[in-house]
Design a protein around this ligand. Structure first.
Ligand SMILES: NC(=O)c1ccc[n+]([C@@H]2O[C@H](COP(=O)([O-])OP(=O)(O)OC[C@H]3O[C@@H](n4cnc5c(N)ncnc54)[C@H](OP(=O)(O)O)[C@@H]3O)[C@@H](O)[C@H]2O)c1
Length: 226
C-alpha cells in the first residue's frame, strides 16, 4: 500500500483519481478546498481548506503531514477562464497564474520533506500549455499558466533527480468536468469521462521512473511536444 497525496480533490479528475486509488487499496490523502464526505466514506483522509494560492493554507497542510512518507504526490487543482485580445481581463489572467503555475510550485516546495528516494510527483498541466501545439491562439491566461507549469516540472525533474524523485507533466485528455461549465452539448458529448482520464493518469504515474522523468505525457501514453 503506497501513500498518495492528491491536490484539488473536491471534484472532477482529482476526485476520480482518489476514488480509484481507494479502490486499489492505497493510502489516500485527498487535499480539498472544501470538504469531501464521499471520499472520507471511501477511506480517504480528507484534508480541508487546502487553497493552493495561499502560503498559509499550504504550509498548514505541510505541518499536518510532518512525519508522513508520501510515495506519490499529484497536483491536479486548476482553473480555466476564457480570454482573448478583444478584452484582456488581467485579474483573471493573474488568477490562473496563481492557481495553475504558482500553486504546484508552492505545494511541491512545502511538501518536499515528505518525499524520499523513489517518490514520484505528477503535475496535471494541459496540452493548451504546449507552445508548439498552439494552432488556435486565445486563452492567454490558461495557456501561459500551463506553459509555466510545464517549465516548473522540467526544472523540478532536474533538481530532484539526484534525490531519486521522478516528475511527470500530465495532460488528462479532454474531460467532461465543470472546468469549462458552459460547453455546448455537441462538444461535451465528445469528451472522455473523469474515470477514464484518471485511469490513464494513474497508468502514467505507475510507469514513471527516473529514466522517464521530466517528460510531458498525454494520459493515453503519448509523449507530447513542449
Ligand atoms: N477537463 C479537461 O478537459 C482538462 C484538460 C486539460 C487539463 N485539465 C486540467 O486538469 C485539472 C483538473 O481539472 P478538472 O477538469 O477536473 O476541473 P474541475 O472539475 O473544475 O476541478 C478542478 C479542481 O481544482 C480545485 N481548485 C480550484 N482552485 C483551487 C485552489 N485555489 N486551491 C485548491 N484547489 C483548487 C477545484 O476545487 P473546487 O471544486 O472547490 O473549486 C476542483 O476540485 C486542472 O488543472 C485542469 O487545468 C483539464
Amino acid at each position: 500500500m503506497a501513500t498518495y497525496v492528491i491536490i484539488g480533490a473536491d471534484r472532477g479528475i482529482a476526485h476520480a483519481l482518489c476514488l480509484q486509488l481507494c479502490e486499489r487499496g492505497e493510502n489516500v490523502i485527498a487535499a480539498c478546498l472544501g470538504d469531501s464526505p464521499t471520499l472520507a466514506a471511501k477511506g480517504a483522509r480528507v484534508e480541508t481548506g487546502v487553497d493552493v494560492t495561499s502560503d498559509s493554507a499550504v504550509h498548514a497542510l505541510a505541518q499536518r503531514l510532518i512525519g508522513t512518507h508520501v510515495d506519490v504526490l499529484i497536483h491536479v487543482a486548476g482553473i480555466y477562464l476564457d480570454d482573448g485580445l478583444e478584452a484582456l481581463p488581467m485579474a483573471d489572467i493573474q488568477r490562473q497564474i496563481e492557481v495553475n503555475a504558482l500553486g504546484p510550485l508552492r505545494v511541491v516546495h512545502a511538501l518536499q520533506s515528505c518525499l524520499d528516494h523513489g517518490a514520484k510527483i505528477g503535475i496535471v498541466t494541459s496540452r493548451m500549455g504546449s507552445i508548439s501545439d498552439n494552432t488556435s491562439g486565445r486563452l492567454y491566461g490558461y495557456r501561459m499558466s500551463k506553459a509555466a507549469a510545464n517549465m516548473l516540472g522540467a526544472s523540478l525533474a532536474q533538481d530532484l533527480k539526484e534525490r531519486g524523485i521522478a516528475v511527470a507533466l500530465l495532460h488528462p485528455g479532454m474531460v467532461n468536468t465543470q472546468l469549462v461549465p458552459n460547453l455546448p452539448e455537441h462538444v461535451r458529448s465528445q469528451l472522455i469521462e473523469p474515470e477514464e482520464a484518471a485511469r490513464g493518469l494513474l497508468a502514467r504515474m505507475d510507469a514513471l521512473t527516473l529514466e522517464t522523468t521530466g517528460k510531458f505525457w498525454h494520459a493515453n501514453g503519448e509523449v507530447l511536444p513542449w
